[in-house]
Every structure is written in structure tokens, then in C-alpha cells.
Write a protein that binds this ligand. Sequence first.
Ligand SMILES: [Zn+2]
Length: 217
Amino acid sequence: MKLQTLLLDLIYPPRCAFCRRFVDNGEIFICDDCLRSLPYTSGGGRQKADFVTACVSPLYYEGDVRESLLRYKFHGATGYAKAYAPLVADCIRGELAGEYDIISWVPISRKRLRGRGYDQARLLAEAVAKQLHTTARPTLKKVVHTQPQSGTGSAEKRRANIAGAYQVLDPAAIADKRVLLLDDIVTTGSTLSECARTLGLAGAEQVVCASVARARD
Ligand SMILES: [Zn+2]
């Protein structure tokens, strides 16, 4: 273990990313109780969305999982990416093996990035890619700053809110490629669908997705 890691562990002993109890298995940041009892999906919670062939998530978005993801997304708990990554990577190995060429993520806008200081989906994608012995690459940028999808009402409104919000960074890099997009949470799928539509228009062959958690049907 690096000295810096040791010192940080003394100052901030590692806690479980879900229930926040101290953990001594510091490598994974999930306590044994949570590992046993988290609300796991079965079969990767596989679902479809418009323009998205398959979307998998190891967990349901509820209880401690929801609280954990809120801390991750809005309160600076960026280290949680390391706790989520093995769960998401396992899910990808089990459900999406051989179905993608590039790992990427659903980006946030520059304005949001300035406000938050980090892109939670990017951190997740990088940690997951590391688990899968590859690297994540940017494929999209968010060119329109939209209202959070959770507060925008009906499915139709959400689609209208997000339409045209993304651009492909380098069409040549994704032409005829199958893209795996990472995001922290999938609720209605409207954001993923718009990203997938944008990638498809630019020539991507297929888009599949993975997230930490999904809504229960
Ligand atoms: Zn726990």
C-alpha cells in the first residue's frame, strides 16, 4: 500500500459506500453486510430503451443505494466510483461480453462540470474500464445545459427537454463501432436514448449501456 493511501486511511478511515459503516476490507469500500444484502437485480436488470440495444445495472435505485448515489453525484463522494466499479464490471462481463468495442459515458454539460467539479459518469466509466483492463474514451459532449431530468414531468416532456443536447466529438472514432455508455443511474432512459440516437446518427453501429442502478419497474 502506498504511504499516501495509508495516511489517508488514518485520517479518513474507509467507510462502506452504502451504509457508511467503517470497513477494514479497504480495497472494495463495501461492507460484508451490504455485499450480501444490496438490492441486486437479476440477469443484470437488463432493459431496453429507444436506440439502446440493452442496458444493464447490478442494483436497484432504492434505499442505501439511492442515498449512496446521491452522495456520489451531488456531495463529492467521488471515491465511491471504486466501490461501484467491480459491481458494474461484473454485470458487463456477465451480460454484455462481446457486445461493445468502445467504453464511454454520458457526459454532463460544461456548466454542470464547473458547478460540481467532477463528471460522475466519467469517473465511473474510467473505474469500470480499469476493471475490464481497458480505457474509457470520451465520445459525446453535452452542448445544451438542461434542467435535471428528474424534475421535468412526462416522458414526452423529458424527451423534448433533452433533444439535441449532445454532440459526437469525433464521428470517425465511432463509425461502425459498438459503444458501451456508462451512467450512474438509469431511471426513464430518456437521456441514454438521446445519447444513443446521437451516436447512431453519427454512424455508431450499436449502443449498449451500463449503470450502477436502475429504477424498479
Ligand atoms: Zn455497508
